[in-house]
Every structure is written in C-alpha cells, then in structure tokens.
Design a protein around this ligand. Structure first.
Ligand code: AMP
Ligand code: GLY
Length: 415
C-alpha cells in the first residue's frame, strides 16, 4: 500500500514512523522529504500540484497526508480530489482558517465562538479609533501568512498605532499586512489542541505543549518550536469537553453550513482565561514539534487518517497509549538566524522506547548530514513524564553533530 506524505520535516518523518509501526508493508513517497526519509521510502520533488496529483494517480497512491501548510496554499487537496484521490487535509478555501486571520476572526464572530474582541481593517483612521478604546497591551496582527512573525503585542496605544501604520503601508510585512486585525490582549495560559476532522465529525488528540523560545526558561528569540510534550496536564477533562462543544463542533458545523467543509487537522491555538477557552488562532495542519510527540501515542494512526479522509470518523475509535511522550529538538548552532555548517550526524545508541525524527538532514555517501536549522527531534516515551523525559535526554546525549544545541528544560511545567 502506497502512502504519500507532503513535507520535509520531522513532523512528516514522525507520521511515517507511526504508520510503519501499525502496518509493516507500507511504501512511502515523501514530497520533497529529507535525507533520512529517503531511507524510509523514496523522495520525489514535484512542485506543480496538478502534476503531483497525476503522479500520485499513476503510482496508485492510496492515501496522501498533508504535513506542511505550503502545499495547502497551493491547493493540493483540490487537485487530488478532482482526480478522486484520497487525501487528508483541507481544501484551499477551508485552509483560509489559517491563511487569513481576518477570515478566521469574522468566521468566529459569525458563529459566536469565543475569541478576543477585534476589528479587521485596511484603514489607519479606523485602526486608531479602535485602539483608542482599548487598554494596553494591544495586539496588532497582519492578515496574511508571515511565517509566525506577523503578531505584535504593543505596550502602549502609541506603539499600537505605529505598528498598525507600518503594516498598512506595507513596510513591515508587504502585502500580508495591507489588511490588519487589532484585538484586545487576553491574559491567561496557552494550549495547543489538535482535532482531526472529516468535514463533519472529529477526533480530539491529547493536548500538547510546544516550547517556542530558543533558550531555557523561555528566553531568547522565537523559533518554530524547540520541543514538546503530550499529554499536557494543563488540559483538564472538563476543559477539553468545552473545547469540543464550544469551539471544534461549532467550527465544523459553521464551515459545512458555509459550503466550505473542513477536513484535516484543526490546530486550535487557545488562550485559557479564568477557565474559559478563547481561540487565538487556527492552523490547519499539525504543529511541529507537537506532531512528533502525538504520533507515538496513537496505536492506530493509519486507520485514523483513512477514516478521516473517507468521512467515517463518526464510527472510528481512537486507540491511545496511556503514556507520555517528550520530544527535544536538536538544532544547528546558528538556528534560527542563518544556516549552520554541515557535519555528519553520529548516533552512538538509541535506548528502548526512544527514537529520532529527522528534519534538516541530507544524505551523502549513505551518511546522514546535519544540513538545516532544526536538525532532528529526540523522542522518549514512558509511563510517566519523568521516564519519557529521561529517555529523550539520554538520546540527545547520544547524538552528535557540529554545533548541536538543545533546550535542557523541555517539559519543565510538569515534574
Ligand atoms: P497568533 O499567531 O495569532 O497565535 O499569535 C502568536 C502569539 O501571540 C500567540 O501564541 C500568543 O502568545 C500571542 N497572542 C496573539 N493574540 C493574542 C491576544 N489576543 N492576547 C494575548 N496574546 C496574544
Ligand atoms: N510548533 C508550532 C507550529 O508548528 O506552528
């Protein structure tokens, strides 16, 4: 059975590892993949989405799983569906829940789903008027995709007006900032929740916690994510039930009513304010590195992706391990600023219940070469957070490449 996975990171690698554990005789095609995925299956690099769908048809690919959002913006799902191919991910229109913050905010408002008070505008005078009515800090966001950098938390009204002006003029983020969202600041704790959706029904995965800053104690610049763990004890059963009934179910219902049904991963970025879940943002794909700690906890991921893409989640039963997973990202010396020198990756041994998900890796003379920003993720699984953490960190020590950097405190929230 041939499975295609779209993306080049540790996220996509971890999906393949989990599927392989469930069913041995799978053949993987990664697009474009990385040096390590070339050893799990084969890599192909096709940039045109129509061409990619035709290739999948000719290769008799039975399921395509979209990892990276880059493919969604290009309408990969629409092209696959047009050829009657099975694909797990949202159409280009449904992906607007991530690609346009203005669309997302108005959608939430239309369907009475809790989110920070806001306005969408392209007009500086209107922005100023709304800012004058808020109490700082004030949040200013570019509408379009800015690789996670389009959000400014302004400490004063003056700063908020300045930032709004810079975005609207195109100075800060080009076209992505010509439309902006201004919103009130929510004070609480953040949580990432992942719902796998088939257009009508969904399955909620355990809550995962990312660590965005480069250094320990949440210091230093923001990154794509330096490590994660799941499940997070911050997500009580009661809170998860509320996320289901107050956020995920009305979102799926609303999208369906608007003839824009949502299939794929709904990644809900939550701010929990006095026990009330508010939507900060939606992403329409797995988080990276959150995916790397969720996948090892699912015993039937292939069945799950199949059921979601065949719209059968209503009768699907998720088989979860009653365990914890911790993932620690090992990055190159210059991450997240610039490329790091290439060097060979050596792994002295891999302890039981741990594994590596590879990301910025190339293959040279059959050797793995560190070649990118986030190089790999060391994942430990165990019956307690402590066990999982210990295994992940043992593995980090067993890995070497030039300039290896990793946070020493992933999962510090839970002892
Ligand atoms: P976003 O891309 O919208 O999730 O914003 C990125 C980050 O900015 C979030 O993870 C929060 O830490 C912060 N943030 C965004 N919106 C708000 C808000 N309304 N109140 C407080 N923090 C926010
Ligand atoms: N780790 C956060 C993200 O993938 O957006």
């Amino acid at each position: 059975m041939k499975i295609m996975i779209l993306g080049a990171g540790a996220r996509e690698y971890s999906i393949a590892l989990a599927l392989k554990k469930e069913k041995k005789d799978l053949e993987f095609i990664f697009v474009p993949g990385n040096g390590a995925s070339a050893k799990l299956g084969k890599n192909v690099d096709i940039k045109d989405m129509k061409e990619l769908a035709l290739y999948a048809k000719n290769e008799s690919v039975e399921l395509c799983i979209v990892g990276s959002e880059a493919f969604l913006e290009q309408g990969v799902v629409d092209e696959f569906l047009a050829l009657n191919l099975k694909i797990f991910g949202p159409t280009k229109n449904a992906a607007m829940l991530e690609s346009s913050k203005a669309f997302m905010k108005e959608f939430l408002q239309r369907h009475k789903i809790k989110t920070a008070k806001f306005i969408n505008t392209s007009d500086l005078e209107e922005a100023k008027e709304f800012i004058s009515r808020l109490t700082p800090p004030i949040v200013v966001k570019a509408d379009g995709l800015c690789a996670g950098k389009g959000v400014i938390i302004a400490k004063s009204k003056e700063e908020a007006v300045q930032e709004a002006a810079k975005m609207l003029s195109g100075e800060s983020f080009g076209a992505a900032g010509r439309k902006i969202v201004i919103e009130e600041f929510l004070d609480g704790f953040e949580l990432s929740i992942f719902a796998l959706c088939d257009g009508e029904n969904f399955v909620l995965l355990p809550a995962a916690q990312d660590h965005k800053r480069l250094y320990d104690n949440d210091e230093g610049p923001n990154t794509g994510g330096m490590g994660a763990y799941a499940p997070s004890s911050l997500a009580s059963k009661e809170l998860l039930e509320r996320v289901k009934s107050e956020i995920v179910a009305p979102t799926l219902k609303g999208m369906k009513e608007e003839n824009n049904p949502f299939c794929g991963v709904l990644f809900v970025g939550l701010m929990v304010v006095e026990n009330n879940p508010f939507v900060l943002e939606f992403n329409v794909r797995f988080g990276d590195p959150e995916c790397e700690v969720l996948m090892p906890l699912i015993n039937n991921p292939l069945e799950l992706f199949m059921a979601a893409s065949e719209k059968r989640l209503d009768s699907f039963k998720l088989d979860l391990k009653d365990e914890f997973a911790v993932g620690v990202v090992c990055a190159g010396a210059n991450y997240p600023f610039k490329a790091s020198p290439k060097s060979e990756i050596r792994v002295s041994s891999v302890p039981e219940n741990s594994h590596i998900s590879y990301a910025g890796v190339s293959l040279e003379n059959d050797k793995f070469i560190a070649d990118g920003g986030r190089i790999l993720v060391c994942v430990g699984v165990g019956e307690s957070m402590q066990d999982a953490k210990k295994r992940a960190y043992e593995l980090c020590e067993n890995v070497s490449f030039e300039g290896k950097h990793f946070r020493k405190d992933i999962g510090y929230q839970v002892n």
